[in-house]
Design a protein around this ligand. Structure first.
Ligand SMILES: Cc1cc2nc3c(=O)[nH]c(=O)nc-3n(C[C@H](O)[C@H](O)[C@H](O)COP(=O)(O)O)c2cc1C
Length: 202
């Protein structure tokens, strides 16, 4: 299998998507991929962050995680994006990151990146699929190769059966409801597998 460089680009306010990103990184390393785990820049004002104890705690705990840059996108053969659902859509932080890649896009450097998305929401039908479709709309403009899980493994059923990408709901205390770890790891291995075929054929 060709060596694959995988960037895991995430946004998380209260830790759910950070945990999913960490599971993805673990699975990727086990599959022999080179990895970068990077967070997109925060945009919310400090007052908003500190007024929510869970957000403040997570923000401080992940201060040392490197911020995602265009260099990471250029470096990667494959990218897994993980972000919470916000009003049935991408969080502004992730959209801002995508929107600041116009230079790479114009230079043709987003073409053939293999991409896949993961998300979370408070409700089981709170917009997870819409969030992933929003991501994938931008990815079509990138000329990226979208690698969704479909129903390619039993782990997808255990996590709630989202074929667009691994997703999980979180309860009032911020705890994940479904068992999504297996689906995250399967999606990661599948993304790497698709990317390795593209790298090998290039
Ligand atoms: C501004 C805002 C909008 C949200 N919109 C939705 C939504 O549309 N549907 C839903 O089920 N949950 C919604 N949530 C809940 C988040 O999706 C949930 O807190 C998030 O998935 C947790 O991920 P994180 O721990 O990685 O931040 C929203 C939360 C905020 C703060």
């Amino acid at each position: 299998m060709a060596n694959v460089k995988l960037a895991i680009v995430y946004y998380s306010s209260t830790g759910t998507n950070y945990q999913m990103a960490q599971w993805a990184e673990k699975a990727a390393k086990e599959a022999g991929a080179e990895t970068k785990l990077v967070k997109v820049p925060e945009l919310a004002p400090e007052e908003a962050i500190v007024s929510n104890p869970a957000w403040k705690e997570h923000y401080e705990a992940t201060k040392d995680v490197p911020e995602a840059t265009s260099d990471d996108v250029e470096w990667a053969d494959a990218i897994i994006f993980s972000m919470p659902t916000r009003f049935g859509n991408l969080p502004a932080q992730m959209k801002n990151f995508l929107d600041t890649q116009g230079g790479l896009w114009a230079a043709g450097k987003t073409i053939n990146k293999v991409v896949s998305g993961m998300t979370s929401a408070q409700n089981p039908h709170g917009g997870q699929e819409a969030t992933l479709l929003s991501l994938y709309t931008s990815m079509m403009h990138w000329g990226a190769v979208i690698a969704t899980p479909g129903y390619s493994d039993d782990s997808i059923f255990a996590s709630g059966g989202n074929p667009y990408g691994a997703s999980v709901s979180v309860d009032q205390d911020g705890n994940m409801v479904e068992d999504v770890e297996g689906a995250v790891k399967h999606q990661t291995r599948r993304t790497i597998d698709v990317a390795s075929r593209i790298v090998a054929g290039s």
